[in-house]
Design a protein around this ligand. Structure first.
Ligand SMILES: [Zn+2]
Length: 294
């Protein structure tokens, strides 16, 4: 009877880590039969799920990244089994560093057991560091952006459950990392340094691929929400770039007909918010505005 309440299963086929050769079995989510009840879509394009009576809360995101339980090499499934040849020795050398880096954040973890939110957040954190070793042919920067954002989401979930454990601080930290990597990914793509085309599903969540427009939108959103405000002029310059980029999503006339309405609406709202802040900043820079009391 309890079989029916299972959320995940371990694959019967053994996998082998291409870095340390450890054998392991991958855990996957069972879908269907009322396990997933879609809820609202957040401003940063995360699909929330309603808890079901039978299965409780489900976090589909925590099963996506493949992680070697021995050396903590981690990557998306399409990359995991074929890391670039030149990356393998670096990934091997960094194994101890990876293990040490997750201890202070999560305590002891075990990737041979069914995953919890902690293994989920750690899996994206580990993948983010492992993609440093990948070459531009695999679009590592945009993958790091998605990993940072999903880590931030899962840290928010952890904070809801364990409000005294400072996971809100980590969530903010990873939102800032997401801002950094999305900005880098857009810049590298626009200057031809590194394309984003080798990430199969740009998400950012699992249920829908918002593609390149989604990447542009998230870059603008995180610049607006998490960009540095220390220097007024730099802030204004960063926001102007973000505004021009966001405008590209809905500014192409007929082409926008085929784009998801939800993304177009959110891009327009974001454009308005950025324009409003720029207006305020602009006043200050010209010296026509009184210094704010904040
Ligand atoms: Zn390994």
């Amino acid at each position: 009877m309890s079989e029916d309440k299972r959320l995940t299963f371990f694959s019967k086929n053994k996998s082998e880590c291409p870095v340390c050769q450890a054998p392991f079995f991958k855990e996957d989510l069972l879908t269907g039969r009322g396990r997933m009840i879609a809820g609202s879509l957040t401003r940063d394009l995360r699909r929330l799920y309603e808890p079901s009576k039978k299965f409780g809360e489900i976090f589909p995101l925590i099963y996506t990244v493949t992680v070697c339980p021995r050396c903590y090499y981690a990557a998306f499934p399409e990359d995991f089994f074929q890391p670039p040849l030149e990356a393998v020795s670096g990934l091997e050398e960094a194994a101890e560093k990876r293990e040490k880096s997750i201890e202070p954040l999560f305590g002891p973890l075990d990737f041979k057991e069914p995953r919890t939110l902690k293994e989920g957040a750690a899996s994206y954190f580990l993948a983010l560091t492992c993609y440093d070793h990948f070459t531009k042919e695999q679009s590592p920067t945009v993958k790091q952006a998605v990993c940072a954002l999903r880590s931030a989401w899962i840290f928010c979930d952890l904070h809801r459950r364990l409000p005294a454990d400072n996971y809100d601080y980590l969530a903010l930290n990873f939102y800032r990392k997401a801002r950094f990597f999305y900005a880098q990914a857009v810049e590298k793509e626009q200057t031809g340094m590194e394309g984003i085309g080798f990430m199969k599903n740009l998400g950012p969540d699992l249920e829908k691929n918002y593609g390149y427009d989604g990447v542009l939108y998230l870059y603008g959103l995180f610049e607006y929400l998490h960009g540095s405000r220390k220097d007024r002029q730099k802030r204004a310059a960063a926001l102007s770039r973000a505004k021009t980029t966001v405008a590209k999503i809905f500014g192409m006339g007929k082409a926008s007909k085929n784009k998801p309405a939800v993304l177009l609406d959110r891009a327009k709202d974001l454009y308005t918010d950025i324009a409003r802040e720029l207006e305020k900043l602009g006043g200050g820079i010209d010296g026509t505005d009184e210094p704010s009391a904040e």
